[in-house]
Design a protein around this ligand. Structure first.
Ligand code: ZN
Length: 451
């Protein structure tokens, strides 16, 4: 697809595609969110509270799961008068969502929902529903956050991303292609990166000349290391946006040195898209508090010492299948200060979300751990999983099966893993009742003793 076509698509076809045909009002929500970020912290808290009250009343009227739960607890939305009251409501886990999928849908919109699957950063795949309005709003919030990194809507972006699990139908492929062209984005598949084809990734950057480089930490850090080791330089982007895993300081230094541009840390997940992101002051990650309620809770998963807690999220925009106090199992630490940029959105000082090891093979391939959520969101009937690599040529995959798991699921898993890893590794599958927690109390999706 030519550059000219991409530009034409954005200027002419995108508005029709986005606001007309698809009835998405992403751009008007983006205006609203961009304005609201400059409100004072107190005003943002007020806006958040008003949206939360509205959501709670909606759940009480329309969502059987919360109706039953709150009735059993003897409470109504009128009893929830403060954030402290709210923080006493039960948490919602992935297991709750799987077990109460139909009851979590709001009755008036249950037939109009969009659906998405997540492979889960903690190895628990799950499906969930959301409304079109929520879809527009989560995209708007994402673009606001990317704008903080100097990457507004329509910036020429190269995504070093995952792609190609399963076989997409032709129509879906075309839709994806048009979507990314509309946003001037190009995707390069990071799942095929090996020690010997790094130069092809560098060439792709030189050829596309992106303003923004966006992608999973693992592959981009390896590319940066390779560039520094070989002295190869590439077209210099304006910003690097890290997704999927926490960006550590040593990785930031590596990336800034190799690509010659600042790196921006983000924190998000498929359930809500962008939860928090850095602005150009790099004083922490601004929480999207006008869009989500983010609590940091001392759950059994969180360390007792300090202010670090488990990230609990309520999505204020999704009235279709509302998540009230959803336990992400990620850990984060609040910042005590406000940001010098003047935005009223509060800060996280750090997110220690995910530890996802890459998998290596005898023939020199390196598969980012982020491949596995991609694989398992497409697989039927997997409740939980973990991949462990103790030796270079052996992988041990543990699976907790759900009712929908069958021979086809297993064949699909084997086929897709061999497709990216080749046959120099042996894959052993084990069916287990549960996946043990690590010392920190978290499950880990991939563990490699080799990295
Ligand atoms: Zn800031």
């Amino acid at each position: 697809m030519s550059v000219f076509y991409e530009t034409a698509f954005r200027r002419v076809l995108f508005p029709a595609y986005e606001t007309g045909l698809r009835r998405r009002d992403t751009l008007s929500w983006l205006d609203r969110y961009e304005r609201d970020q400059w409100l004072s912290p107190a005003q943002i808290a007020q806006l958040q509270w008003a949206r939360l009250k509205q959501l709670l009343e909606h759940c009480y009227r329309e969502v059987p799961y919360y109706q039953k739960q709150w009735r059993a607890l003897g409470i109504t939305p009128d009893d929830i008068r403060t954030m402290d009251d709210y923080a006493r409501l039960p948490l919602l886990t992935k297991a709750d969502i799987r077990a109460n999928f139909e009851d979590l849908k709001a009755t008036s919109v249950r037939d109009k929902l969009l659906y998405k699957a997540t492979g889960g950063s903690t190895g628990e795949p799950m499906r969930f529903g959301y409304t079109r309005e929520s879809n527009s709003r989560r995209h708007a919030v994402m673009w606001r956050g990317y704008n903080w990194a100097g990457a507004p809507l329509g910036s020429r972006s190269l995504l070093l991303w995952g792609a190609g699990v399963g076989t997409l139908p032709w129509k879906q492929k075309m839709k994806d292609r048009l979507y990314h062209a509309a946003f001037s984005r190009r995707i390069v598949n990071s799942f095929h990166m090996t020690e010997s084809n790094m130069a092809e990734y560098a060439d792709a950057i030189d050829e596309f000349k992106p303003q923004v480089l966006l992608g999973y930490m693992g592959p981009l850090v390896r590319l940066a290391e390779w560039m520094l080791a070989t002295g190869r330089r590439v077209h210099r982007p304006r910003a690097f946006i890290a997704c999927g895993e926490a960006l550590h300081d040593f990785q930031r230094v590596l990336i800034e040195e190799a690509f010659g541009c600042p790196a921006f840390n983000t924190y998000g997940c498929r359930e809500f898209m962008l939860v928090a992101a850095e602005c150009d002051r790099h004083e922490g990650l601004h929480i999207n508090s006008d869009h989500l309620v983010v609590e940091l809770l001392k759950t059994p998963d969180a360390p007792e010492e300090g202010s670090t807690g488990e990230v609990i999220v309520t999505d204020l925009s999704n009235h279709g299948m509302p998540f009230i106090r959803y336990a992400t199992t990620d850990l984060a630490t609040p910042a005590e200060h406000t940001c010098s940029c003047g935005r009223g959105l509060p800060l996280l000082s750090r997110v220690d979300g995910r530890v996802i090891d890459a998998i290596r093979t005898p023939d020199g391939r390196i598969l980012p751990g982020m491949f596995f959520p991609f694989l398992f969101k497409e697989t039927k009937g997997v409740n939980q999983y973990q991949l462990v690599q103790r030796e270079l040529d052996k992988l041990e995959l543990s699976i907790v099966r759900g009712p929908a798991f069958d021979d086809e699921s297993l064949a699909f898993i084997r086929h897709e893993i061999y497709k990216v890893l080749g046959d120099s590794v042996q894959l052993n599958c084990h069916f287990v009742d549960h996946i043990p927690l690590t010392k920190s109390g978290k499950t880990r999706l991939t563990i490699s003793d080799l990295t």
